[in-house]
Write a protein that binds this ligand. Structure first.
Ligand SMILES: Cc1cc2nc3c(=O)[nH]c(=O)nc-3n(C[C@H](O)[C@H](O)[C@H](O)COP(=O)(O)OP(=O)(O)OC[C@H]3O[C@@H](n4cnc5c(N)ncnc54)[C@H](O)[C@@H]3O)c2cc1C
Length: 499
């Protein structure tokens, strides 16, 4: 593993070439110990943690230079970050051995960062801010909706993190003060940070569809956040009469889990086929095409012939939903199509989680990041990871979030522990259920580089399941998807951590 060399070579070369090696060595072997609760300490003078070495003092100045160089060598500091560096992480806490990493959100993005940082650098203070005591995964929630799995099997506790020494704050973050480097909680508590990871997932653009708001989602669930919403959709399907109409309305890209709505079509069709065989599924899609479309279309015919009707948007007709009538169950599209639903699953347009928008980390709906590190393009020392980030063409998935989180964790550890970093590599695979024992997949590797004229993630080795594949291969996909779920959740929730 070698340190990356960027265009800030003049600043960085002395370090890379070993001219600062004695200092580097001293820093590396210095005790960078912190107490587990240090992020919850009161704020010291000038926002510095108590005991921080002032810049300019020896070895403070040199350490500061080293720390700055390690941050400045990022590509984003030359381009993206230079435009909007509202926050420059101070080296003081690092020099004093009191660096605090605060993470907002305990999904595959945030929980993975927390675990990976703590395992690689046990002495760093790592605080995970997550209001939920238990996490119910969206990934595989379609299996629950289709009656293939229980909700309990998708629900995980965070207890494995105790053994690791990650500090938990089971509260929602209410605001981020980038200048003072504070996360504010609804209770009034303040958490100081030297590095912040913002991983709140998604929120919805309620209001884009007439009469569809948070309250309406209790009648026509989106089920695009797991737990109460997925349970509601499942109950509505169970209560529906045989011969009923289920309407599923996917949004435009980008949104969480691009193939998810069509996997949902299949799991629901699979359930209705035996439980309520006279029923129908109508899809009203804001898009013109969708992920793995040929393989899905083959499955509709092969397994669910006559049950599924898909209305895609085309050059003339916009089939995105314009209005819902909660009383009659009618769903209307911009093209004027009007379908009366017995069960409606309206999936609204999405944005990065509200906390990220409120902190000014977004451009429009999503948060731009440096593709090499997932550090925010808007604030140095702050990372946005998982669904909240816009990562060029890398889809929003738990697989992608966890892959990004590992890069973020490595970058934080490299910065705070003065170790070398490996070049960033990302991977994604999304499996989709078509029928029992028949799953398809799509995926690619991603490397930072120029993508569509600007810095982004360049896909390589893409793969996608095609129609007509052998049953054996589809069965392998199905089994691989189940194994992936177990592995990801074991790793993400530290289920193997020693107690
Ligand atoms: C139906 C469906 C099927 C899917 N299937 C797959 C699949 O098969 N494979 C796959 O890889 N992906 C799948 N996904 C996508 C996957 O669920 C998401 O991409 C993934 O959960 C994103 O992880 P995240 O950590 O960014 O966000 P989340 O998982 O949403 O986690 C965010 C966390 O942040 C917390 N949070 C939010 N705001 C705050 C705040 N202010 N303070 C503190 N905490 C906060 C939330 O409580 C939440 O726990 C699917 C999604 C859906 C909807």
């Amino acid at each position: 593993m070698s340190a990356k060399r960027g265009a800030n070579e003049d600043l960085v070369r002395p370090i890379l070439d070993g001219q600062l090696e004695p200092l580097h060595h001293a820093v590396k072997h210095r005790e960078i110990g912190v107490s587990m609760c240090s992020a919850l300490r009161s704020v010291g003078p000038f926002g510095l943690p108590p005991g921080a070495a002032p810049a300019g003092s020896a070895p403070g100045a040199a350490l500061a230079a080293l720390s700055r160089a390690r941050i400045d060598r990022r590509r984003f500091a030359q381009g993206l970050g230079a435009a909007a560096a509202v926050f420059a992480p101070a080296p003081f806490a690092i020099a004093s051995g009191n660096a605090r990493v605060v993470i907002i959100g305990g999904g595959p993005a945030g929980a993975t960062v927390a675990g990976e940082v703590k395992k690689a650098a046990p002495k760093l203070s790592v605080t995970l801010v997550e209001p939920l005591i238990e996490y119910t995964s969206c990934f595989f929630s379609n299996h629950y909706i289709g009656g293939l799995r229980t909700l309990t099997s998708l629900t995980h506790r965070y207890s494995g993190f105790n053994a690791l020494g990650v500090e938990f704050v089971h509260k929602a973050a209410s605001a981020i003060d980038l200048e003072k480097r504070l996360v504010l909680l609804a209770t009034g508590q303040k958490l100081e940070f030297d590095r912040l990871v913002v991983a709140p997932g998604i929120d919805f653009k309620f209001g884009a569809i007439e009469r569809y708001d948070e309250k309406a989602a209790e009648i026509m669930p989106h089920a695009w956040k797991s737990g109460q919403q997925t349970r509601l959709l499942r109950r509505k399907l169970e209560a529906m009469r045989d011969g009923g109409v289920v309407v599923i309305a996917p949004p435009k890209l980008p949104y969480r889990c691009p193939p998810g709505p069509y996997e949902r079509v299949c799991v629901i069709a699979n359930y209705l086929k035996t439980a309520k065989p006279r029923s129908k599924i109508v899809v009203l899609d804001a898009k013109m095409t969708y992920s793995k479309q040929p393989a899905f279309e083959e499955a509709y015919k092969k397994y669910y012939d006559g049950m599924i009707e898909v209305h895609l948007t085309n050059d003339i007709d916009d089939q995105s939903v314009s209005r819902v009538d909660l009383r009659t169950g009618e769903i209307e599209t911009r093209a004027g199509l009007n379908i009366k639903a017995d069960v409606a699953n309206i999936i609204p347009q999405q944005t990065a989680g509200r906390i990220a928008l409120a902190a000014g980390l977004a451009d429009g709906d999503w948060c731009p990041v440096d593709p090499e590190t997932f550090m925010s393009a808007k604030a140095k020392g702050v990372y946005v990871v998982g669904d909240a980030a816009i990562a060029a063409d890398m889809p929003k998935s738990a697989f992608a979030a966890s892959s990004q989180a590992r890069v973020v964790a490595a970058d934080i550890v490299a910065d705070l522990m003065f170790t070398d970093r490996a070049p960033a590599r990302y991977h994604n695979t999304c499996w989709s259920f078509l029928a029992p024992g028949d799953s398809v997949k799509i995926g690619a590797d991603y490397t930072p580089g120029e993508w569509k004229g600007h810095a982004g993630l360049v896909p390589s080795g893409p793969f996608v399941s095609a129609p007509g594949e052998p049953a054996e291969l589809r069965k392998e996909n199905y089994e691989a998807s189940l194994a992936w779920y177990t592995t990801l959740t074991n790793e993400m929730f530290q289920k193997m951590a020693k107690r």
